[in-house]
Each structure stands twice: as C-alpha cells, then as structure tokens.
Design a protein around this ligand. Structure first.
Ligand code: DC
Length: 227
C-alpha cells in the first residue's frame, strides 16, 4: 500500500521547496517528476539531438536510466549513473524541457517510471499532471499557484543562489512560455484536478505554505505522524 500526496502547479509556484519541507516534516519520500523530463532534455543536449527530432527524443526517453535518491536535502538525480542534480537545472535544459515533455511517447516512459518510483511507498510527488493523470486517485491533491511576476522573482533568486546566470527578464519570459506550453499539452497538460485544494502562495512565505499543506494533509484524516 502506498500513500500519495500529489502537488501540481506551474513553474516557480514553490512546489520544489515546499514539498521537500513537507516530506521532511511528515516522513514522506519526495519525488520531483520535473527532474525526469529534465534528464531527457539533458541527454538530448549531450547527444546533440535537435528538439524537433521527435524519434531520437523518444529513443532517448526509452534508453536512459534515471535514478532518484530522495534525501532530506532534496532529490539527488542520477542519469545513466552520473549525478546530474545541478546540471539538469541549467539554462540550456530549462529552455528546451517543456517542448520535450510535450511528446506523448516521452511522457509514457516518464509516467511509468514515476509510478514505479512510488510503488509501495509513502510519497509526496510534485509535477504538473500528478493529480490528474499519474495518480488520479492520490490520497491528497493540492494545486499550488502564484502570480507570474512572483514566480519569476522566486526563480530568479533561486537561480542566483545556484549561480545560474539568467536575468529577471529572461526568467519571466521563460516561465511565461513554459506556462503556455505546459497548459496546452495534448497529454499531461497542467490543469487543476476537480478535487484538488488550491493554495495561492503569492502572499505567503515558505513556512506558511508548508503549514497550510501539512494541515490539508492532516484534515484528510491521514495517519501520518509529524516528526
Ligand atoms: O518542475 P520543473 O520546472 O522542473 O519541470 C520541468 C518541465 O517538465 C516543465 O516545463 C514541465 C514538465 N513537467 C511535466 O510536463 N510534467 C510533470 N509531471 C513535471 C514536469
């Protein structure tokens, strides 16, 4: 039996930071599904594959080996045995990941992997289609949101800390484009599940969002003990 908390939301809504904290508080395994699509994008760059070459991208999704080691500091991501945790956040990967994640066959591979990673475990899984497609019967469903400007501001600050060189304008433009692309996908589009609880984080700090989410999980009568 596994216990699944699904968290969906657009880029910069705070999913990554918040799920890591909630996972640590409640002893859940944190799975960042965006990282799986980022691995496909990184491998495409490594193999010099053009983003219009659908067949080669599908081949990559089938061939690569992705491992996720969830730690209290966040997920460590391995691509074909190599730690790529930092590399998959690069500007180059971020620019091409959304169109790659729109390819249906790439999604089949990644969704299979995501379901396998959660099997038999108590997890908090973040992404775009977790509550609508990957785990439509998740025990708890949450949709995190925030204004575009606030999300761009957060991602810009985060990038600065990680020494990722992008201007605020570049980040804003990238997020707006990804929003548009992520919402328009034929499969796995970013949308709010009917039974998701919407949490608008625009005017909340991280601890406030974490508290809200823990309360939502507890309200669902889940027998999880806070650490
Ligand atoms: O959460 P992120 O920014 O690391 O996600 C990277 C890209 O992957 C994003 O543009 C949308 C896509 N993605 C997806 O299509 N489905 C998911 N479950 C998670 C991410």
């Amino acid at each position: 039996m596994s216990f699944i908390v699904g968290i969906d939301g657009p880029a910069g809504s705070g999913k990554g930071t918040v799920t890591k904290k909630v996972a640590n508080e409640l002893g859940l395994i944190n799975i960042d599904t965006g990282a799986t699509y980022r691995c496909v994008a990184l491998e495409a760059i490594n193999r010099n594959v053009n983003i219009d070459d659908k067949e080669k991208l599908i081949k990559i999704a089938k061939e690569i080996k992705i491992d996720i080691n969830p730690t209290t500091e966040g997920d460590i991501i391995y691509l074909n045995g190599k730690d790529v945790t930092k590399e998959i956040r690069s500007k180059e990967v971020t620019k091409i990941v959304s169109p790659i994640s729109s390819i249906k066959e790439v999604r089949y591979e990644m969704v299979n992997l995501q379901r396998k990673l959660a099997k038999g475990k108590n997890v908090i899984m973040e992404g775009r289609d977790i509550c609508t497609y990957v785990f439509p019967n998740a025990d708890v469903k949450i949709y995190l949101d925030a204004s575009l400007e606030e999300r761009a501001k957060r991602r810009y600050m985060e990038n600065k800390e990680k020494n990722i060189d992008m201007t605020y304008e570049e980040v804003l433009e990238n997020i707006a484009k990804r929003d548009e692309n992520d919402k328009a996908k034929e499969m796995g589009a970013l949308k709010i599940a009917e039974d998701s609880v919407i949490v608008d984080t625009t005017n909340l700090n991280i601890d406030e969002v974490v508290e809200k989410i823990i309360n939502i999980i507890k309200e669902k009568n889940c027998n999880l003990n806070e650490k």
